[in-house]
Every structure is written in C-alpha cells, then in structure tokens.
Design a protein. Sequence first.
Lengths: 330, 329
Amino acid sequence: MALLEIRDLRVSFRTREGVIPALNGMTLSLDRGVTLGLVGESGSGKTVTALTVLGLTRSPTTEIAGEILLDGVDLLRLSDADLRGVRGRRIAMVFQDPLSSLHPMRRVGWQIVEAIQAHERVGNRAARRRAVELLRSVGIPGPEERVDAYPHELSGGMRQRVMIAMALAFDPDLLIADEPTSALDVTVQSQILELLAQLQEEHGMALLLVSHDLGVIAEQADEVAVMYAGRIVEHGPGVRCIGSPLHPYTRGLLESIPHVDGPRSERLTPIPGAPPSPVALPAGCAFHPRCVLARASCRIEVPELTAVEPGHRIACPVVAADVSLVTSAS
Amino acid sequence: MNAAAGVPLLRVEDLVKHYPARGVQRQLGSVVHAVDGVSFEIAAGETLGLVGETGCGKSTVARLVTRLLEPTSGRIELEGIDITHWSRRKLRPLRRDVQIVFQDPYSSLNPRRRVGSIVEAPLRAHRIGKRQERRRRVQDVLRLVGLEPSHADRYPHQFSGGQRQRVGLARALATNPRLVVADEPVSALDVSIQAQVLNLIDDLRHEFGLALLFISHDVSVVRHVSDRIAVMYLGKLVEIAETERLFSAPAHPYTAALLSAVPIARVGGPKRPRVPVTGEPPSPLSPPSGCRFRTRCPFAQQICAETEPPLEPRGGSLVACHFPLVNSP
C-alpha cells in the first residue's frame, strides 16, 4: 500500500470575488522512502496540495472533497485534534521562506523545544538536548551555541537548516518540502538539497519535493509528477518524465528552459499563450488552447490519467493512443 | 567594439558605491560595500551578462550605470564622454539612449495609468514628436513586443506577468535607445513565459542593434542571451569572459562553483564534478581582506588573505584570482 494516496482531490476557496477552484481532481500516490518531485508553474496547485495534505487549508471558506489516505486513513475525515497528532509527527513540512516561518523574537532552540513539547511530555532540559542534537544532524556548526541564536543572526541557508531540524524532530514518515531552496542562492541551494537527500536516506522517509525548478526536480526526485491547472498531467519515474516526457505540457516545459551545459540553442521553444485563470478554465483538457496536438475531442472531455507503461501515467488521450499503437506494433 | 571610433558604448571604471549601514551598525560608522571597484565595457550592439547571487551588487550596478544612483567614486563613460557627474538636467537628453527594464512587472508599471500612457511617457518626457506621432510610435512598439495596438487602452492589471514585462520592454524601447539595462527581466516569470520574453529580447537585440546589460542570478538564462559574461561576487567582478569560454573553461573558482551548482533538468548525462564550496557569502558590511571569495574557496592560500587579486588577463578571460583554474596567458 502506498504511504500517501491522494484521490480526486478538489479544493476551492470561497472569496468575495466568487469561488476559486485550486485543485480540480488531483490524484497522486507516494510510496515509502521515495522522493516525489511535484513540479508546475505558479498557480498550478502545488502549494495548495501540500497545505491540504497537512490540513492547513481547512477553513469555513474552503471546500475540500476527495480523499487523502495516509496508510489507508483518510486525513480529510480526521478531527482537527486527531490531525494535529499526525501533523508534525508523521507528516512534517518545510516551507519556502525560513525567515517568515520562524518567530523573529524567539531563539531558534526555544522554537524547536516548543515543537517537541507540543507532541511529547519532555522536560525542558531533555528537549533542549534534543534540539542541539537535531541542529547537529542538519549540519549546523557549533550547535551548542547556535541553539541560542535568534533567526536574524543566522544566514538564509542556516535558517532553512533549522526548519529542517524542526521538521525531523519526530522522525516523520513523510516530509513535505515546498520550494525549500527557492529563496536561496544556487551555491547554498546545492548544500541544502544534498542535506535533504542525505537525511531522507538516513531516516527512510518519503519526501514530497515541491518545486517550479525542473533542474532541482531532475536531480533530486525518483518520481516526478507534473501539475497543470489543479491536476496531475504526467506522473512517472524521473528518468522517464524528464528524460523522455510524453505529455505535451511536460515536453513544452522542458523545451522552454535554457541549459547551463550542452550546445547553446539559438532560440528557445516557448509554450504559446499563458496559463489559464483558475476561474475561467478552458473546457475539456485545460491545456488544449496551448497544445500543438489538440484535437476537437480535447475541448470536450477532461482527460483521465492513464498508464502508458508500468508506473508512467499521462492525462493525454492523444499521446496515449500513439504510444499504445507503437507498443502494440513492436 | 565600435569599429569606427574604437570607443565602447559604455565604459565603467573602478565604480564604487558604499551605503551607510542601517540601525545600530550605522552609529558604528559601518558602510555596506555594495559595489567595490567594478570595471567593464559594453560595445555597441553587444550583450554583456552580469551574473551573481543575492546581495552581490548586481542591481546597484544597474542603477549606477543608468545614473539612478550617485556613485561614491569611479567613472562612467558613454561613448567616451564622462557622464559620472553630469547633473540631472544635463543627463536628460542622454536618457533617450539608455533605458532600463526592471524585474518586477507588477510594481514597475503605474497601476492607474493606461498602458498607452505608460509606454508614451518617455516620449513625452523627451518631447519627441507631436501627439499623433507619439500615438503611432506607441502602437508600433506595442506591436513590436507582441502586444496588440488596442492594448494601449487597457490598464496593467488586465495583463498577465509576461505581458506586463512586454509593456516594460515597450516603454524602454519607445525612445529607440542604444543601451538597455535589464535587471532580472525574466526572473518573476514562469518558465513557459520566460522563454517567450527571452526570444523577444533576442529579436529586439538583433533588429535594432541594441547593446544590452543583462543582469540575472540565473546562470542558464545569462548564458542564453549574452555575448560576454561578467561574474560578480560581493561587490567585485571576479571574471569576465566570452560566454562559450566561461562555460567551457571557467577560470575563477567561484565561477566554477556557481556553474557546477546549477541543477540540470536532464537525465542520464555525464555526472558533473561539483566544485565544493562551503558556507554562504559573508556580509558586505565587512568583506574579507584580500580575495573576497577566500573564505569559501577550496584553493585559498595565505596570499589570498593578504593581497587582493587584480582582474587580469588569463587565457583570453579577465580573472581576479591568485590561483586561477586556467593559467595559460
């Protein structure tokens, strides 16, 4: 059984301007110990997915439907109190901006201790010792001193390490990292990504790595899931999704980025048009107005994810039909 | 180089900008060494990429060369004429020739003005043409950047991020400038849109023989657009080289580290050797003595702390390093 299974998740926000749908039938599964890279452009629903798994989008003005199963237990059906037991313990999260996630007026050690004591009856001394150990485990030099530092006394990379230390306090089964390095420079980013990969291996946890950066995803993820307009359009092994992508959107994304190595291309191949507004999604496949392969049927039916090879699924009947022709012929 | 005169379009020499620090540090008399002795040239029609990480002083350079900021010291020459200390009034006619495009397409356009009026603003400011002619020019440049002439009547909020950046480009191009300084022009855009704007910049560059100072933290984007690239670290240039050379044979350890740290969206390629850099850039309030990269450099020696390496020619590039990775003259 998959560790995390998201089935037909729909999330929409009621605002004064009307109902804004963010997720429109999102389906995804993640096995233990696997790094899944969730990639997509701004507004595609990556962060809403992450927040909803943690129950952080719950509110009277949010409509949530579908299932989020953690080891078969539907998190959407849990009470707030039960969910608090899962969040932080079994599922932890690292956010993009460590500066706004940390309390600016509290020492980082105090904040880690608070997180520990929220879930466990531990004395202050013991909790502090654990905080120091956690800081050491994420590669913070001089953890005995740094535990008393305020967030502003630490660099961006060090702050993100503090956030990671806090997330690991209870050895979670699943770590969700939402753009964990997007606020950092590349030379610092590579250090943090290396740390995440190393910790994941040590703890054997699953990692849901949310990023807009295809390079980060390509280098870190075992599996890749591509989001567009609140749905998954392609999900499969990283080598397939990045190496030989099938969905026209994934292909478009990969063709539109300039590379740091290899021959320098004269021109980039952009995806025409712009991502749709969530309140005015095109009928049928939301990508059809920008798609070179679009047919009349794409405007009518919302494509389901279908397997084109073991473990590799795409939401594009046009390409899927081609692929099955090729495989049945060979 | 400008073949006729041999004079570069823009020449910057030993440019320095120090800011007084904020808060308690200010009372201690600390200064932020934002830009600390930067020299480079841009020939007519050439694109120079300026790449570096947060806080290295890239944007300050952009604001200095466009004279939006007063330099602490140094020299800025436009076609051989020293404009460093020209008054605003005297600079006015020159502003036609040098335009700037900003990073954030949301905050750089006045939300209460129609796009037509925004794009026309530089023409009005320079009293170029009659009203009718200006209108026509606005329609032309809007078409040029891939927008509809009818878009002139809309407000910025009616456009997407990519379209707004096109409006910013249209405004910069309205006066037919010879140099455009683009400060992170595609960083706020999603990759599928970023490619559209990069292609557009490429077209405009070729069509008008524009010279471009293209500033970005994104190494692969800079590589794509630039003829030459200058790499900046903590207020200083550490390397200037032709694009191909910089990527095939980076000479400064920082350049090598920067290039090897960029994750590549590709699988199965050869594993790239990582240049190990530790830690993070030091504060520009108190930059290290000698070479500023020495605190993170795997090759640093005693001399690196004592003597600041000058930017000198090595193997066809300009490099500021005591132990460059490329050492042929």
